[in-house]
Ligand binder design. Structure first.
Ligand SMILES: [Zn+2]
Length: 501
């Protein structure tokens, strides 16, 4: 370290979650809509995120953070190549500019970004950063639990860790822990070494909830392991399973202190990987047929909590557009229920038609499959416009301001209340409905387009939760999706795998 009083840690990140089955490509505009910042502006856009946590620890540990770049684009289709070029050029320029004046690097990544011609952008970025700063500068990175951790990432990093919660609520803690590891390293109290065990296994997102089910047991093992001498951090990575790229699969990451503990780290990573492998069947999803679910909703008595249904196959939080009308079509084909039945739809043309008609007007609308006609077909309805909203809203999950563009709140068949938005809204918390003037707590049934993350907000208000058997690019029954690029063998596509690695 140079003879300065305060060590300096460069911070740069890019965060995106690829869904290979979502139609089209996404460009830089998508990141401008979410968050993108350079220099000191990084701190302003990262409230409640990993960088926020890093900043807290930096202050208490006397470390100076040097913010270079941060971009967040949610989840969606494959990115145009120019997007990564833009991020890479800014980040590498920052690293070159500060080289010699920084003591470590922290990369808050998501770990599931890919462009049309680069399936492992983070691995490429880390490799290029390492080439600039040389082998000795400590580099730590944090990842989403749903990342796909690759050999390219592993080679360039001294430490890697990820979220321990799903629904994810430990963004700040993950950033804090990352900076603590770097501060300890710079203070000379630890020498982090990264151990990575890749598993030939992929599982649906529904099984990743850390409050219930098998993942809770895995997290308990990791937390226990982190109390052991020589172990700095332990992470399970369960990739979001709609990434059709090579090397996809679960990972166990163990950061150990010093070369002497690498063997211990390998043993423990293998032990936990084996545990995950042995319980793999428990991660598979069980679906409720749509007709059966709607019967249950119709029987839900007045005054009861709502029946919450998940149309996970069209989840915007996992990259879909939210343009499926499959549930509405089934709903309108059966006797009407009391309602209200709340649902969302992404369809810019329909939202604008409602705006043109005005509040109180009744009009014919056709929507469904606006973005993904290969998965969803349109339905024709008569709708009455109850409200028109052109304002962003404060989201709890993901944290931050969301701007879905124009929103039209319409009534269909007397009992459906639908929010038709120009851009997709993730229904992970209650805010998409509440900010549209609808109260999920007082509904007979509520549709959420999410695989599992909604549970943090909806479990408490739901009479029961039903996971619907519906089609779409976020289908949890992975063997029904048209994968082409996976590194095989891989469970559950190759069911008779003899060994997990
Ligand atoms: Zn995630």
């Amino acid at each position: 370290m140079a003879d300065r009083r305060r060590p300096r840690v460069l911070v740069a990140g890019m965060q995106y979650e690829l869904n290979s089955f979502v139609a089209g490509t996404a460009g830089l505009e998508r990141f401008r809509q979410f968050r993108m910042a350079e220099g000191d502006a990084v701190f302003a856009v990262a409230k409640g995120e990993e960088v926020d946590g890093a900043l807290r620890v930096a202050r208490t540990r006397g470390v100076e953070l040097v913010p270079v770049f941060l971009a967040f684009g949610g989840a969606g289709p494959v990115l145009e190549d120019g997007v990564y070029d833009h991020f890479r050029d800014r980040i590498l320029a920052g690293v070159r500019a500060h080289r010699g004046a920084i003591d470590a690097i922290y990369l808050p990544l998501h770990g599931a970004m890919a462009t049309v011609s680069e399936p492992d952008t983070e691995g490429d970025l880390i490799t290029r950063i390492r080439a600039i700063v040389g082998p000795d500068l400590p580099i730590a990175a944090s990842f989403d639990m749903h990342c796909n951790f690759t050999a390219g990432m592993e080679r360039g990093l001294d430490a890697a860790l990820g979220f321990k919660t799903c629904p994810h609520v430990d963004y700040v803690e993950t950033g804090m822990r990352s900076l603590e590891i770097l501060a300890d390293t710079l203070a000379g109290t630890i020498r982090p070494r990264l151990v990575h065990r890749k598993l030939r296994m992929m599982t649906p997102a529904e099984g990743h909830d850390t409050n219930t089910g098998p993942m809770r047991d895995v997290i308990a093992q990791l937390r226990d392991l982190e109390t052991r001498p020589g172990i700095v951090a332990a992470t399970v990575i369960a990739p979001q399973p709609w990434m059709d790229v090579p090397e996809t699969g679960w990972s166990i990451l163990v950061v150990v202190d010093g070369d002497a503990n690498v063997e211990l780290g390998r043993r423990e990573a293998d032990r936990i990987a084996r545990l995950c492998w042995d319980m793999r069947e428990r991660f598979l999803v069980r679906r409720t047929p749509l007709a059966e679910a709607l019967d249950i909703a119709a029987a839900n008595p007045e005054g009861a909590k709502p029946v919450v249904m998940t149309d996970a196959a069209d989840a915007p939080s996992a990259g879909s557009y939210g343009d499926s009308a499959v549930v509405l079509e089934a709903l309108l084909a059966r006797p009407r229920m009391r309602g209200p039945f709340l649902m969302t739809m992404t369809d810019p043309a329909a939202a604008r038609a409602c705006e043109a008609a005005g509040i109180g007007a009744t009009l014919r609308l056709r929507f469904g499959g606006a973005f993904q006609p290969a998965f969803f077909k349109p339905v024709d309805v008569e709708a009455t416009v109850r409200d028109l909203i052109r304002a962003p809203y404060e989201s709890q999950l993901p944290p931050g301001t969301i701007d879905p563009g124009l929103r039209a709140v319409v009534e269909i068949a007397g009992f459906v209340r639908m929010v038709i938005a120009e851009r997709q809204m993730a229904t992970l918390d209650l805010r998409p409905y509440e900010s549209s003037g609808l109260d999920p707590r007082r509904a007979q049934a509520v549709l959420v387009k999410s695989a599992g993350q909604f549970r943090g907000f909806y479990t408490a208000i739901a009479a029961r939760i039903l996971e619907l058997d519906t089609p779409g690019p976020v289908n949890g029954i992975l063997t029904q999706l048209p994968f082409r690029h996976l590194t095989r063998p891989l469970w559950p596509f190759d069911a008779d795998l003899a060994a997990p690695w």
